[in-house]
Design a protein around this ligand. Sequence first.
Ligand code: FMN
Length: 256
Amino acid sequence: MKTLWIFAHPEARSLNAALRDTGVAALREAGHQVRESDLYAMGWKPVVDGADFPARERPEDRLLVGDAQEHAYRTGELSRDIRAEQEKIEWADTLVFHFPLWWFGPPAILKGWFDRVLVQGFAFGVQDAEGRTRRYGDGGLAGKRAMVVTSVGARPSSFGPRGIHGYVEDVLFPVHHGTFWYTGMAALPPFVVYGADRSTEADVKERQEELRERLRNLDALAPLPFRYEAGGDYDADLVLRPELAPGRTGLQVHSA
Ligand SMILES: Cc1cc2nc3c(=O)[nH]c(=O)nc-3n(C[C@H](O)[C@H](O)[C@H](O)COP(=O)(O)O)c2cc1C
């Protein structure tokens, strides 16, 4: 297995840094190849701006950022740091996205990695032989698997199906479904550390052991059962057919 471990935490003495060290070491001990993107250590630039793609010939033309990114991707003119990340993604069969949950999502530095690296023509906006856009279960990253490793301050019950923070699978839906599945990557069940702010040394050791155990079975782990856009479950307007999950709405209807 070839795993790219993308890490978004600023502090080398953090719980998450300890988990990252454990995770990367466990994979290597099991004979897997691992490459890393430690976003803070790399000084990753998190914002899309004009330096990412060359200036247009006619500056008066309206610019669609997605088109500019795709053009620069196709002509090899995307900035070097973006191309280096895309090369790592192409190399990997599994991607681990490791971050503390900040304001119900990944830290801005990782959001900026998504914005800058997963460009149109590379990760999404690619078409099949019939000219249909490949999305949700298919796309530029089809065949790869991706897993979130994250930690949260809150306790597990409060992230349960009726917990005050919302169900953790709903909270992670934008990453799992909107980013992984949209680009074709199978989303593996997340590894979530709860109550992270109050964890003792003993807790950290336990979580490290749990992560080792999870990674031991990484190859065999069944992905989240999201529905394929092209699998017949959605109508021409991209609405789930009424006979599926009848009477239900909400994010969970997109799981079979
Ligand atoms: C900016 C910021 C936003 C946070 N937002 C959340 C949140 O939305 N939900 C939550 O449960 N914890 C939240 N937390 C708590 C962190 O998830 C927690 O401190 C972290 O997982 C602990 O891991 P660390 O010691 O490796 O940083 C937040 C913390 C910070 C600093």
